[in-house]
Write a protein that binds this ligand. Structure first.
Ligand SMILES: Cc1cc2nc3c(=O)[nH]c(=O)nc-3n(C[C@H](O)[C@H](O)[C@H](O)COP(=O)(O)OP(=O)(O)OC[C@H]3O[C@@H](n4cnc5c(N)ncnc54)[C@H](O)[C@@H]3O)c2cc1C
Length: 180
């Protein structure tokens, strides 16, 4: 062990960001991980800096839609039952957090955290000289049916109420932005 000001455990995006900020403020930092930096969850994300993503996975629609999610042929959900049964407390607390009040509390906490995300990340991107790897073009969401778009209205309203800016585009505007 080295004599350092700060030890950060876990070299995902959260730990690496915390360690870099501490170093930029003049602290000596030891970053500890058995794996390479970014080898955990951070290795598999979809590469969006998702500052709009304040609605948690756990919400009441998960409970009402559970049969379809578990057994639908085109469901995006895949459950490893041996993992689930080995972690019953996690599974039960996830389901408990799908109730409206806890889901809303999590959304509010996430929105508060995400409102600082750009200010936390941009100086690190600049320090790394990696601005050319980041494109600030917003997020385009497209529904293939009018019913799908209507079903998303409540979530959009929740995001707007939490400070996420969203604008509805006409078909032509969307096509001009993303011809594919
Ligand atoms: C499929 C998928 C897509 C996603 N897409 C996006 C996206 O597009 N945009 C977005 O913003 N977010 C996205 N996310 C979420 C985002 O990837 C995670 O929120 C983020 O990577 C979590 O970072 P982390 O540093 O907390 O965790 P991790 O990246 O998992 O890092 C934790 C680290 O801690 C280490 N560790 C654990 N225990 C110990 C220990 N005891 N001692 C030492 N080290 C330890 C692990 O080895 C790991 O390296 C996505 C997530 C998934 C799963």
């Amino acid at each position: 062990m080295t004599d350092v000001d700060l030890v950060v455990v876990g070299a995902g995006i959260v730990g690496v960001s915390a360690a870099l900020w501490a170093r930029m403020r003049g602290l000596s930092v030891l970053l500890v991980d058995a794996e390479a930096p970014g080898a955990g969850t951070s290795s598999g994300n979809a590469c969006t800096i998702a500052t709009y993503g304040c609605l948690p996975m756990c919400d009441p629609s998960v409970i009402s839609g559970l049969p379809g999610l578990l057994f639908g042929s085109d469901s995006p959900l895949s459950v490893d039952w041996s993992h689930a049964l080995r972690h019953p407390r996690w599974m039960l607390s996830f389901l408990a957090n799908c109730r409206a009040a806890p889901s809303q509390r999590i959304a509010e906490d996430l929105a508060a955290l995400l409102s600082h995300a750009d200010a936390g990340l941009n100086p690190l991107i600049a320090e790394a000289g990696a601005e050319d790897l980041v494109a600030a073009r917003g997020q385009l969401t497209i529904w293939s049916t009018a019913a799908g778009a209507r079903a998303a209205e409540a979530d959009l309203a929740r995001q707007r109420a939490l400070g996420v800016e969203a604008r509805e585009l006409t078909r032509d505007e969307a096509q001009a932005l993303e011809p594919g």
